[in-house]
Design a protein around this ligand. Sequence first.
Ligand SMILES: [Zn+2]
Length: 104
Amino acid sequence: MPHKYANMRERINANAIRVSCGCLIWISKTTPGGYPQMCVRVKGKVKTKLAHRISLADHLGIKPYRLNYVHHICNNPACVDPLHLVSITQRKNLLERRNNHGAF
Ligand SMILES: [Zn+2]
């Protein structure tokens, strides 16, 4: 994998487009569920990771594994805008989903 981007933020922005609703939509590979995927090198091995988790971790200045479940407050699975993402526990997410059926 060539290193053609200066940093992770630049790489994410190069693979996403800003749409009218304000979301930064991933236009590269996604999961069948529509979640953004990207290949990253971890300890010399190329692994496929969820790009929205990497985007939020990069924004917060932490490693992706330190994040709990990452929730899209915009309810757009393909969005990688870190300002539209929150890291919460799985349990809290389930409660939130039950309570507000996905309204922004
Ligand atoms: Zn969004």
